[in-house]
Design a protein around this ligand. Structure first.
Ligand code: ANZ
Ligand code: ZN
Length: 829
């Protein structure tokens, strides 16, 4: 056999030196804008693929490389599969992180942000991510944030933005208010310090108008169950009843009616006390004139020092104060004591509860602490309670109602709501209560007392009140000012910029003042994906026809930590936009992919402490392809990965060596057709990689490519060009540079990244078959197809159970069975 060698450019004995060609290709792709998506998707099916846009931190570490490489590999795969792919990138450039970093460096946030963006963009280019750079979005630029202001005014026009005084969480370190969503396990989401409660006048968005739709549309989302569960819990819709109690002061002078919200109206007969939130104005009313005012005010002050998380905690000692009043149970007429307590929150339900210690954990603990009677009214099916039953713990399971007047013996189950609706119907017909639904979710607090954000487009006029900045005067440009540091007094640093603050009222022309709070950065990220669809529009945030053609985002890649912040806000905005007729879809992100976390020796990577494997250093040493291949190979994309102390060398050991091998093995090719054997291996590899790509199995796809290279090296001489090209196409989504380089060295003209994804022949891809001959006494009786690796045991069984063999045996016991794997079985009788 004679090998015909296709000589490739340059001597291929040369070593794999990615530095010699990676940046050349990166520049070429960028200069020719080969990854730019057309204005509209056109004929081909579209795929809108994106990652959560990063905040401009500057350097990337290898964890970032993994995140972006996953999405990029998928985008490249879909492009080769024939989809019109839009894969944009941008920067979440406003907000605390950028501001805090600027403060550390003693420079202006704009400077810090722009420097970092430039650095990140060049890293992204170096890594070969196939972004459409013509669609880049930078949220701190007026070209972007003017549309935040525009959207804010539209929300205001629609009654969905309002300003009110409220008790809010204030971060004493970041010196700004936090949205309820930004208090994570009782701490500020950014700095981890414990927020304090302050009464401040703030701007809110009525996201709660959308609570039901946010819940009801959830089943159609292809998101992780655990993430949907977090959102469901956050919105926290509970069904129950509102029941009104009459409260009377002990001196008989005052009577007030107070409704309570309860999910368990079936336990009404077991209410042994009534609790009002400590800060409820009616609590103070009941105390007024009793002589206990001062003690009570002290008590309220102590309660208010606690955060909401502490107050809602399931266990622990409670602050409580008995009030000089009684409440009358509307179903039994019984008089029960009235308390004020920390565990009842003003902002939930009606701010007052009926307490049923026998069946509710917190009521139970409170009753034990303050020696209040506990009266069971639901008996478990297997243990009929009687008068003397002493509970060790509250009982919240199913059972039968007891001591419950007309309902005695009724079966109830809080799980299935059996019996509970019956009680609600009865309350309604008796005029004592009605069905009610309650939500945990609160309106979105969007104002921040920080400099680095979108100015809220409002002007405060003494005569006209809150006047929106007219649309045609947008943007309200964030002024450049030297002092941007936050202040204790809950006033934005913008307030000191007299020149900027003082303006004429747009309505009456009198001297007025600009709103000095800025918008939460989560406002920016709640709609940026729509701007990608129409990034240069100067009339409106985006054109409906473009957003509808590209949207919704088909695949969204990002961390699970945004479950109850960004991912809820973006859903809210999308629904609002759909209601305005700007979109024909109501869900922004069809499929959400949460990648795993990358750590170094068990800890998060952090630049400030030097505990980091920087992407730049890794790329310098091993090349971008090696970094990408390693990060995709090291673990399934959804799993976490922890680097050893010598993490950077790990990448070199595995990925750089393998790519060197690819370079050597595929560097020289023959135009000889592939052998049958190699054809099979190739088709098998195409099938395996394709199937893996369809389920994000990027690490196993790479493993199949590795196996293929091993197989190729078993044969003599350079591999056939046809097989090598197919292999390169399969590798292209992972390692875009080496594949492009070899592709061109083979003499191809266009980019490999726009080649069609290889097909496979199902027959060739399935395991090879050989013919097994079945004989009886040396005579051929049948032939069957088997895989070459069949074992002797299976061959023997196959022969003895074969119809034709059995009919020739005719019941005779075989004397001897000769087995020659995998070709022959001879049964001798
Ligand atoms: C009586 C009762 C008996 C309750 C029972 C529960 C079990 P979810 O499911 O979270 O909506 N509650 C109502 N308003 C409250 C407030 N402002 N602060 C603290 N707790 C409040 O919880 C609803 C239940 O939480 C309500 O049902 C009420 O206690 C309590 F066996 O009423 B229940
Ligand atoms: Zn005015």
């Amino acid at each position: 056999m004679r090998w015909v060698c296709v000589t490739v450019t340059g001597p291929m004995e040369d070593r794999y030196e990615p530095q010699t060609f990676e940046s050349r290709w990166a520049e070429d792709w960028n200069a020719r804008r080969i990854y730019a998506a057309p204005e509209l998707p056109g004929e081909k099916p579209k795929r809108f693929v994106m990652e959560m846009f990063p905040y401009p931190s500057g350097d990337l570490h290898v964890g970032h490389v993994e995140n972006y490489s996953i999405a990029d590999a998928m985008a490249r795969y879909w492009r080769m599969k024939g989809f019109e792919v839009m894969h944009p990138m941008g920067y979440d450039a406003f907000g605390l992180p950028a501001e805090r970093r600027a403060m550390q460096l003693g420079i202006h946030p704009r400077e810090a942000t722009i420097t970092n963006i430039n650095q990140m963009r060049s890293s992204f280019l170096r890594l070969g991510f196939s972004y459409d750079w013509d669609r880049e979005v930078i949220s701190c630029e007026p070209e972007y944030y003017r549309w935040n202001q525009w959207i804010f005014l539209k929300l205001l026009d629609n009654g969905l933005a309002y300003r009110t005084k409220a008790a809010v969480n204030w971060c004493p370190v970041d010196k700004t208010v936090l949205a309820k969503e930004q208090v994570v396990n009782g701490s500020c989401w950014r700095c981890g310090s414990e927020p304090v409660v302050r009464d401040l006048t703030q701007w809110f968005l009525r996201i709660t108008n959308y609570s039901d739709r946010l819940l009801d549309d959830m089943p159609r989302l292809r998101w992780k169950d655990s993430l949907l569960a977090k959102q469901r819990h956050w919105i926290g819709r509970s069904r129950g009843a509102e029941v009104t109690f009459v409260l009377k002061t002990k001196d008989g002078k005052k009577t007030i009616e107070m409704p309570v919200f309860t999910t368990r109206p079936d336990t009404l007969w077991g209410a042994t006390f009534f609790v009002v939130a400590a800060e409820h104005p009616s609590a103070r009313d009941l105390v007024e004139g009793s002589g206990q005012e001062k003690d009570f005010d002290d008590f309220v002050r102590r309660v208010r020092q606690q955060t909401e998380v502490d107050r809602m905690a399931g266990t622990g000692a409670r602050l409580g104060a008995e009030l000089p009043a009684v409440a009358i149970n509307p179903v039994s007429g019984e008089e029960i004591p009235v308390w004020a307590a920390d565990y009842v929150l003003m902002g939930y339900g009606t701010g007052a509860i009926m307490a049923v210690p026998a069946h509710d954990q917190r009521d139970f603990e409170f009753a034990r602490q303050y020696k209040i009677p506990i009266k069971p009214v639901i008996a478990p099916d297997d243990q009929p309670f009687d008068e003397g039953t002493v509970l060790e713990a509250p009982y919240s399971g199913p059972g039968r109602m007891i001591h419950s007047g007309p309902f005695d013996g009724t079966r109830v189950d809080p799980e299935t709501r059996e019996g509970i609706d019956k009680v609600i119907d009865w309350l309604q017909s008796e005029g004592k209560g009605s069905g009610a639904i309650n939500y945990r979710q609160r309106d979105w607090l969007v104002s921040r007392q920080r400099y680095w954000g979108t100015p809220i487009p409002i002007i405060h006029c003494e005569d006209c009140g809150e006047v929106p900045v007219p649309y045609e005067q947008l943007p309200v440009v964030l002024p450049d000012q030297a002092d941007y540091t936050p202040k204790e007094d809950a006033v934005s640093p913008l307030a000191k910029n007299e020149e900027w603050v003082n303006v004429a009222c747009p309505s009456c022309g009198k001297g007025a003042k600009r709103e000095t709070d800025t918008l939460d950065t989560f406002f920016d990220s709640a709609w940026y994906f729509l701007r990608y669809c129409d990034p240069k529009n100067e009339e409106i945030p985006f054109d409906a026809s473009k957003a509808n053609a590209w949207g919704p985002v088909d695949f969204y890649f990002g961390g699970e930590e945004h479950a109850v912040t960004h991912l809820i806000f973006a859903r809210f905005f999308t629904k609002f936009f759909a209601d305005q007729g700007w979109l024909n879809f109501e869900e922004p992100f069809e499929t959400l992919f949460n990648q795993g976390y990358v750590t170094l020796v068990g800890k998060d990577m952090s630049k400030s402490s030097g505990h980091i494997i920087e992407a730049a250093g890794t790329i310098d040493r091993f090349g971008a392809d090696a970094a990408r291949v390693f990060m995709l190979f090291c673990s399934p994309p959804a799993d976490d990965y922890d680097f050893d102390a010598d993490g950077q060398d790990e990448i070199g050991r595995v990925a750089f060596r393998w790519l060197s091998r690819v370079w050597r093995v595929m560097g020289e090719v023959s135009d000889h057709p592939p052998s049958d054997e190699l054809s099979r291996v190739l088709h098998r590899t195409v099938k395996a990689v394709t199937e893996d790509m369809e389920v994000f199995g990027l690490n196993t796809a790479i493993a199949s490519l590795m196996t293929f290279v091993n197989e190729v090296t078993k044969s003599v001489g350079p591999p056939p060009k046809q097989a090598a090209e197919t292999f390169l196409k399969l590798l292209a989504p992972f390692a875009p540079f080496i594949t492009e380089e070899l592709w061109h060295r083979y003499g191809n003209e266009g980019s490999i990244h726009f080649e069609q994804w290889p097909d496979y022949d199902e027959k060739l891809a399935s395991p090879e078959q050989v013919t097994l001959v079945l004989q009886v006494n040396g005579k051929v009786r049948d032939k069957v197809q088997v895989t070459p690796d069949i074992n002797e045991e299976d061959m023997r069984e196959l022969a003895l159970s074969n119809e034709k063999v059995r009919s020739h045996l005719d019941g005779a016991e075989p004397k001897k069975i000769v087995v020659v794997p995998p070709r022959l079985v001879n049964v001798v009788v």
